[in-house]
Design a binder for this molecule. Sequence first.
Ligand code: AMP
Length: 394
Amino acid sequence: MSFRRVEEAPDNVTALVRVDFNAPMQDGKITDDTRLRAALPTIEALQAKHCKIALLAHFDRPKGKRVAEMSLKPIAEPLSRLLGSPVAFADDCVGEVVKAGIDALAAKGVMLLENTRFHAGEEKNDAELAKQMAALGQIYVNDAFSAAHRAHASTEGVAHLLPAYAGKQMERELDALDSALGNPKRPVLGVIGGAKVSTKLDLLKNLIAKLDKLAIGGGMANTFLFAQGVEIGASLAEKDMADTARQIMDAAKGKCELLLPLDVVVAKDVKPHAEARMCGLDEIQGDEKILDVGERTIQRLRDAMKHSHTLIWNGPLGVFETPPFDQGTVIAAQDAAALAKSGKLIAVAGGGDTVAALNHAGVAGDLTFVSTAGGAFLEWMEGKPLPGVEALKR
Ligand code: AMP
């Protein structure tokens, strides 16, 4: 993928940097500074070039109005502590006063601008708002991959008005995604789990066209099993999606080997430490629910990982929030992490519950790359162009 990197940016300019500071906040204080830390390498790289830095970000969903509780002001102080230098705050993200404040910064100075979504034009990708943003700097750097699936003024519009660069976090994310799906070392194995087929249809269709093998687990596997005539008892399934599941299985033939569960863990209730049993697909009782994959299924997945060079993973294999139905996900995640750590497997995972599941397994830090960008990661896995990334392409 061809885009300009921050290292290629000129020295001594004012850089308008789009970051993701949509951090969890309670009583006006952020409770997790992961997203702030993620922005540091880009800010520091620009400071090393003696640039002035104006940070653009959104917070929550104020829907085009000023909402006091959705101000980015509480971010300035923790960011300044992490950076080890002052961070000024401007109570708007456009306008003459803001511009004067940025111009008055010393070289390497940083100013955080107020929530872009306080302007209705942000989410509409309004050309005038993008123009006003562009007036604040000489170059634009996008470091917010997680917002790149949205064509907003601060993620897309402004990128066309200034020389545009990918920030370090954006670059890491794009490089990881490229190594997993764009230009992967084959064979490539996918693991897709989660609750429903209907929310991941585009994902499944794109993956069967690109992967060598695809293991399907979680609630969505139940729909596939049902479509094959397996009696799935009281399991979660979208029976009206059976035809779609069959079409996906047909489309995969000869291209991508689908690995559906061979055995399952069932219980009557989804309760912690509920009475559960492992059984074959022909032994599920009418009042039982499939809540995890069984041992043979896990073993086959472990073998598939061992024989793959690249793994891309989204979605838990079972109801991982409720032990013992976390076991399939935990064992597979630990295996993926061990293979990644020993350099045998490029393991990339992401999207919503996947990060929580990998954290639960205690291995999120050991995979090659774990994306915390929910929607953007999924849309990228679906093969959709991300407007914020497209706008950076040369
Ligand atoms: P998703 O957001 O689509 O990735 O779905 C994640 C959710 O799927 C988690 O909350 C899991 O508990 C749930 N899930 C996984 N496997 C099953 C299953 N066999 N039955 C019901 N829910 C499941």
